[in-house]
Every structure is written in structure tokens, then in C-alpha cells.
Write a protein that binds this ligand. Sequence first.
Ligand code: COA
Length: 264
Amino acid sequence: MATTFETTEVEFDTETGVGYLTLDRPDALNALNSQLRSDILAGLKELEGKNSEADGIALRAVIMEGAGGNFCAGADINEFSDASAGDQSDRSHYETIRNFPAPVIAKISGYCLGGGLETALSCDFRIAHEEAQLGLPEVNLGIIPGAGGVQMISELTSPAVAKEIAMTGEHISGERAGELGIVREVYGNGFDEAVEEFAKTIASKPPLAIQAIKRSAAIASQTGIEEGIEYDRQQFKPLLSTEDHKKGARGFAEDDYEPEFKGR
Ligand code: COA
């Protein structure tokens, strides 16, 4: 059953552990106003608590998408001059996605611009429709992407690519974003199914290991490789003593045993 906030909607599949967070301001191409930014946080909080009582499946992965065929056309330009609407470079929903315990997959169709692209870049994975349009148009307004768009594209591709996208402000297609490595995969037909399939694959893995990998990758990009290796060392032994590790090892040894991981 769906939980509805003013501008987002969340659903949770108790069979797979996959959660769905939909940005739901389609008339404004899901532009990020203060209400939507706060409802993204509310939606993530709601999903974080999701747990299927019956078989113990807690939230394992999230698919984030936009209603009405567009991911998000960026910060709500109408709020730029409204001092009461909060800071558009407010980092909280971007940071919350980056630190969210389950991997978040951005399902990108239609426009994915400015803060919308920065939201997608804050996710763990991006899968795009080939006709999606991605870009950082802030330069046309005399400002810069305020939530790390240039940094995150630099990290995924190169500073030269990030500069080109942010300095021209032009849109690139989903297909081009795939060639550049900004999104992991691009689809025309079969887009919906491919995103589902990928989310289910991630959701079927041992959740404690998935969380440790997400944290490790964050340390590698935010702090440095030495700290990251130290973190990996600290995580390795405790994971060896989990029930999920024993199941995984049994799955490796016995052809007819299919492990079902429970996060313990
Ligand atoms: N903020 C607020 N409203 C926005 C918006 C944004 N970033 N992007 C789109 N909208 C609204 C439009 O004002 C319009 O509302 P209206 O129907 O009440 O007039 C509605 O969404 C549809 O947009 P429209 O411009 O009519 O659609 P389009 O297909 O002609 O163009 C875009 C789509 C995305 C190219 C165009 O809307 C655009 O350039 N938006 C701004 C993108 C941007 O600069 N984002 C970064 C901001 S820092």
C-alpha cells in the first residue's frame, strides 16, 4: 500500500524488499520546491522503517523516480526570490540519500536537470531512458549547481566533462550520459523491467555487506583510500560471523542451495 505525502509517494514491496519513492509534482516537472525537498526526506524516513513482519525482509533497495514522465527539472526557480522558502542549496536531501542505509537507484526519464541531476548523482546508481535529458542549466541563470553537481560528475567522468556540461548548460541525452559514464545503463524498450531487475538483484544480496560496501565507497570518495581500507578491514571480521555469510558460503558449496539473506 502506498503512503502519500503532499508531493511524494512511497511504496514498499514486502516480497522483494524494494521501496519506491516517487517525486510527485508533475505539473512543475517535479521541480524541487521546499515542500518537495521536505517530502523526499519524509518519504525516505518512511521507507527506512519498512520491514515485512512476515518473513523479516527489511528495506533492501530504493527506486527513486518522477511522476509524469520526468525525473526532475531542478530547483524551483519561483522560490529563488522567496527568502522564506529555504536555501535551495540546502544539502539535507542530497546528504540523506548519500548516507541512506539502503542503495538508492535513480530511474531517469524525461528532464533531469540542475538539482534534479544532483539528486540523481547523489544516488548510488543511475539508470536512464535513452531519450532522457540531463543537464546543469544553472549557468544560464548566472549561478552554479549548488549541491555538488560539478564535483560528482568530475568524480564519475572527468573535470573536463563536468566543466563542459556545467559551462554550456546544454542538455545531453540519456544515451550520451551512458557513453560518458554518468549513468550505468541506458534503455529504450525494457527500461522499466531493467530497473526492476537491477533493484531486485541488489535487494537479494546480504544487506549488512551491502551497507558496508556503500559506506566503504563513500569513504573512498569523500575521505581517501587509506581510511577506506581501514574501514574495510574493520568490517570484514564481523561480517564473517554473520548468518548471511554462512548461507552465502553454503550457496557456493552446494549447487541446489539458494540462500535467502536476512541481514543478520
Ligand atoms: N522551477 C519551477 N517551475 C518549473 C521548473 C523549475 N525549475 N521547470 C519547469 N517548471 C514548470 C514551468 O514553469 C511550467 O509551469 P506552468 O505550466 O505553470 O507554466 C511547467 O513546469 C512545464 O514547463 P515548460 O517550461 O512549460 O515545459 P517545456 O517542455 O517547454 O520545457 C524545460 C521544459 C525543462 C526545458 C523548461 O521548463 C526549463 O528550462 N526549466 C528550467 C530548468 C532549470 O533551469 N532548472 C535548474 C534551475 S537552477
